[in-house]
Design a protein around this ligand. Structure first.
Ligand SMILES: C[S@@+](CC[C@H](N)C(=O)[O-])C[C@H]1O[C@@H](n2cnc3c(N)ncnc32)[C@H](O)[C@@H]1O
Ligand code: SF4
Length: 369
């Protein structure tokens, strides 16, 4: 498996919790940005001619904020320069405040077959406090434009004074809109964002309160037929995101655009975070890469454990041993012993016991060498 990620670093306004590479004031640079994006796609595609790619993911930022022909143009460029598998999964992230029927029709005509809508909350007062540009009703309108399509919804837990009942109703709203997949993220108060001040003032839920809501929500989602397949991701069987599963299983991926990361074999590189820097470098025929590293075997082993244990089914110990030519049980003997109460082996897969998946971070630390 291999995936292509395209980053669109524009938003209408910055949400109060977000520290992703998204620049509302730079939207005037979208034309120059996409021209460079097309050049980067061409260059990357030509250097990876022999690879077959199975998934394409337009993320952001807000990919749905730019005219649809910029997105379909990028897709055309990918089709021209990359070797693509026949059953491509093509996802686009959509902010409900930036969509109309024409855009939806253009996306569908171009082959986009998965739509990830940023709902975040079903409550308008919460959406406002998060700096979102849409209401809960806008989500339903957006979902209605996408009726019958493969829909995912992003929701947040851990908001100011949020109760489980509110999360439950937000899930209900996502399902009423036709979502077959839900990404439920615990709000991370990132330093430098406005919400970080709320966090410092003790206005957000405590981590124990968030954990309680998370556990109740996991059960509720299960009742509704959505199984957890990764710490924050839930799907009706068959609707899991192939693109993200490829990431968690450490398949190769190429990232194009500002801040996008790539992993090809044991090499990881990440593009510049800044639009001007990106544009200047691409125009000068330079790689827009800000950092790169060659991973050691130990790095790769740790990443396999770290990402694999995020998934409900974990990872295959036999595959691990074959890939790295080590005995996993022996190499990680001490870490396994220390965490034996939290881990399980089923059909040769090591995973975190379901009741501890939410706190898998604490377990993974012990696998760092
Ligand atoms: C980068 S956003 C892109 C989607 C789109 N821009 C939107 O927000 O509608 C992807 C998802 O990351 C999540 N996210 C962003 N910042 C976060 C934070 N500080 N803590 C937890 N989740 C966050 C949000 O749920 C969001 O939908
Ligand atoms: S719309 Fe998405 S990417 Fe843009 S600021 Fe909000 S959370 Fe960040």
């Amino acid at each position: 498996m291999a995936g292509i990620y395209i980053h669109v670093p524009f938003c209408k306004q910055k949400c109060t919790y977000c520290d992703f590479a998204s620049y509302p004031k730079e939207i005037c640079k979208q034309e120059a940005y996409f021209a460079c994006l097309y050049r980067e796609i061409k260059g990357r595609g030509m250097s990876l001619k022999d690879r077959v790619f199975d998934t394409i993911y337009f993320g952001g930022g807000t990919p749905s904020i730019v005219p649809a022909n910029y997105i379909t143009g990028a897709l055309k460029q990918i089709k021209n320069y990359f070797n693509l598998a026949p059953n491509l999964e093509i996802t686009i992230e959509i902010n409900p405040g930036t969509i109309d029927l024409d855009k939806v029709n253009e996306y569908k005509k171009a082959g986009i077959n998965r739509f990830s809508i940023g709902l975040q909350s079903g409550y308008d007062d919460q959406l406002k406090r998060l700096g979102r540009i849409h209401t809960a009703m806008d989500f339903l309108k957006c979902a209605n434009l996408l009726k019958g399509e493969n829909l995912s919804a992003d929701i947040l837990i851990g908001l100011h004074d949020q109760t489980f009942d509110q999360v439950k109703r937000t899930i209900d709203l996502a399902l009423a809109g036709g979502a077959k997949h839900i990404s439920m993220y615990a709000l991370t108060p990132e330093e430098g964002t406005p919400i970080y001040t709320d966090y410092l003032n003790g206005e957000l839920l405590s981590s124990d309160e968030v954990a309680d809501i998370y556990n109740l929500a996991v059960n509720y989602l299960k009742e509704k037929g959505l199984n957890r397949y990764e710490v924050s991701n839930f799907a009706i069987p068959g609707y899991e995101s192939k693109h993200n599963v490829n990431y968690w299983t450490r398949g190769d991926y190429i990232g194009v655009g500002v801040s996008a990361s790539s992993l090809i074999g044991n090499e990881r590189f990440t593009n510049t975070f800044f639009i001007d820097d990106y544009i200047n470098k691409v125009i000068a025929n330079k790689m827009p890469v800000a950092s790169s590293e060659v991973l050691t075997k130990e790095d790769e082993m740790f990443e396999t454990v770290m990402l694999g244990l995020r998934m409900d089914k974990g990872f295959s110990i036999e595959d691990f041993n074959k890939k790295f030519q080590v005995d996993f049980n022996d190499f990680y003997k001490n870490s396994l012993q220390k965490n034996s109460d939290y881990l399980q082996v089923k059909d040769g897969f090591l995973s975190v016991k379901p009741e501890f998946l939410y706190v898998e971070n604490g377990i993974i630390i012990d696998f760092m060498s």
